[in-house]
Design a protein around this ligand. Structure first.
Ligand code: BES
Ligand code: MN
Ligand code: ZN
Length: 490
């Protein structure tokens, strides 16, 4: 949806006024014109609407607005970013199905501990994404979705200038999230490593980023043995993508690493056929990094941000790497391959090592790394690992404020024995137990930065089926968290 904010929207051209209400909430508390409020109040009373979560009632009125849709938020003390996300997703669905091409949204709450700006930014950005769909391959006219204009009723505390600035910021963030979603949803035959690099280059031009694309020769020269090993089974060339936002007088340097496996078949340790198609999302970490860099540049954040993306397919071609192979990584450390499906860590270890050349203050990596993380946390939270308690705290808070929860898991050195190899320095899988943790421990062996965090987004980067908060497919998770974190450093 195209978003804006207005303290007094005109209702004459509005197809549908959406009001988000908790139980016991009164329409009289809404920042709306008195006369309109009185009419709506009466209609609400007659409709029997109670504000229960997931309740949605549309009422027709005489005059403008002609249609009001009440969305329930449940108990007033339980109005959280989660429940509001579900209601906003409902707004997108209803408006699209009704073909309401211009809507107004009113919301009277403020989240606990939030400034009015924070709540408004959350609403705007989520509304902008509420009717998102990946429609590039739909060819029938019936499948075309309407363009929806959405006006959020601005809370009285925000003046016009602040509202306009917030709207502009929300547009940059939501467009960057949509970019990450588009990249994730694009099928593997379109989004190959070289196409991913092309997209990164186009984003760099649009946003004013520096970009360097390393091709196979350059990757060989850098001795990125992990990335090259995974690439062996694929007919597509690998790419190592670097994006950089370098403002003058930067307050800190942050490296963001994103897993860019454009399709993960598992390789020789091949995955079961059932739902293998989901592995087109295995470059979601790369999408998060590209989206974040775009927004960091357009928002002109005073932080130097470097994006590093190792990208390849993982396929079982005749030259594919095999279980038992021993690979020398860029760091010089050797790795015994026990499972070719543990390919993410093989490409990330080279990128993490490479990041040292920038001597970053913070090093963050985003990766759809393990099924074990999905077993532990399902689709509710990103698995967070960090060697720095303060950084972990900052990322958890950034996740809370943006509606992208993260939950910390241990990265104790006690786990290193799980990935000890008989023949090499390490093996690439620690076996069945603690799979998310042993993967993080593997990555840690390649990290020099004292403030490193690994975000396992395997369960949060895409939804395998539609739920109340999200449609099926890529979510763009991590972009908002990373931006909020970068802003906190500024
Ligand atoms: N891309 C997968 C992880 C994944 C699985 C993401 C399911 C989202 C949903 C990753 O490359 C992988 O295959 N990991 C293996 C590691 C194992 C072989 C040690 C896994 O989790 O099974
Ligand atoms: Mn895999
Ligand atoms: Zn993978």
């Amino acid at each position: 949806m195209r978003i804006s904010m207005d303290p007094e929207p005109k209702f004459s051209a509005i197809a549908n006024l959406f009001i988000l209400l908790a139980e016991d909430d009164r329409v009289s508390g809404l920042p709306l014109d008195k006369k309109i409020r009185a009419r709506i109040e009466e209609a609400v009373r007659k409709s029997g609407f109670s504000g229960r979560q997931d309740e949605g009632v549309s009422i027709l009125l005489e005059g403008d607005p002609r249609k009001v849709t009440l969305m329930g938020l449940g108990k007033p003390d339980k109005v959280t970013r989660k429940t509001v996300r579900a209601a906003i997703n409902g707004i997108g669905r209803i408006a699209r199905k009704n073909r309401d091409t211009s809507i107004v949204v009113a919301f009277a709450h403020r989240f606990e501990g939030d400034t009015p700006e924070e709540t408004a930014l959350f609403l705007l950005d989520r509304l902008a994404n509420a009717d998102y769909g990946f429609r590039n391959y739909k060819t029938s006219a019936e499948d075309v979705w309407p363009n929806i204009e959405c006006v959020l009723v601005a809370p009285a505390e925000l003046d016009g200038k602040t509202s306009r600035a917030l709207t502009e910021k929300a547009r940059i963030i939501s467009d960057s999230v949509k970019l990450a979603r588009d990249l994730g949803n694009a099928p593997g035959n379109e989004m190959t490593p070289s196409r991913l690099a092309d997209r990164a280059r186009a984003v760099a031009r649009e946003a004013g980023l520096e970009v360097t694309i390393h091709d196979r020769k350059a990757i060989e020269k850098m001795k990125m043995g992990g990335l090259l090993a995974v690439n062996r089974g694929s007919a597509e060339e690998p790419r190592f993508i670097e994006l950089e936002w370098s403002p003058k007088k930067a307050k800190a340097t942050v490296c963001l690493v994103g897993k860019g496996i454009t399709f993960d078949s598992g390789g020789i340790s091949i995955k079961p056929a059932d739902r293998m198609e989901e592995m087109k999302f295995d470059m979601s970490g790369a999408g998060t990094v590209i989206g974040t860099l775009r927004a960091a540049a357009l928002l002109r954040l005073p932080i130097r941000v470097i994006g590093l993306i190792p990208s390849t397919e993982n396929l079982p071609g005749g030259r594919a790497y095999k279980p038992g192979d021993i690979i020398t990584t860029m760091s010089g450390k050797t790795v015994e391959i026990v499972n070719t499906d543990a390919e993410g860590r093989m490409v990330l270890c080279d990128a993490l090592h490479y990041s040292q050349k920038y001597e970053p203050d913070y090093l963050l990596d985003f990766a759809t790394l393990t099924g074990a993380c999905v077993v532990a946390l399902a689709h509710e939270a990103t698995g967070l690992f960090s060697n720095d308690d303060e950084l972990a705290r900052m990322l958890i808070e950034a996740g809370e404020k943006t509606g992208e929860p993260a939950w910390r898991l241990p990265e104790w050195d006690d786990y290193t024995e799980y990935i000890r190899s008989e023949w090499a320095d390490l093996k690439n899988s620690g076996g069945r137990w603690g799979g998310a943790v042993t993967a993080a421990i593997f990555l840690k062996q390649f990290v020099q930065c004292p403030s490193w965090a690994h975000l396992d987004i395997a369960g949060t980067a895409y939804m395998e089926s539609e739920n109340a908060r999200d449609p099926r497919g890529a979510t763009g998770t991590g972009v908002r968290t990373a931006l909020r974190f970068l802003e906190a450093l500024a």
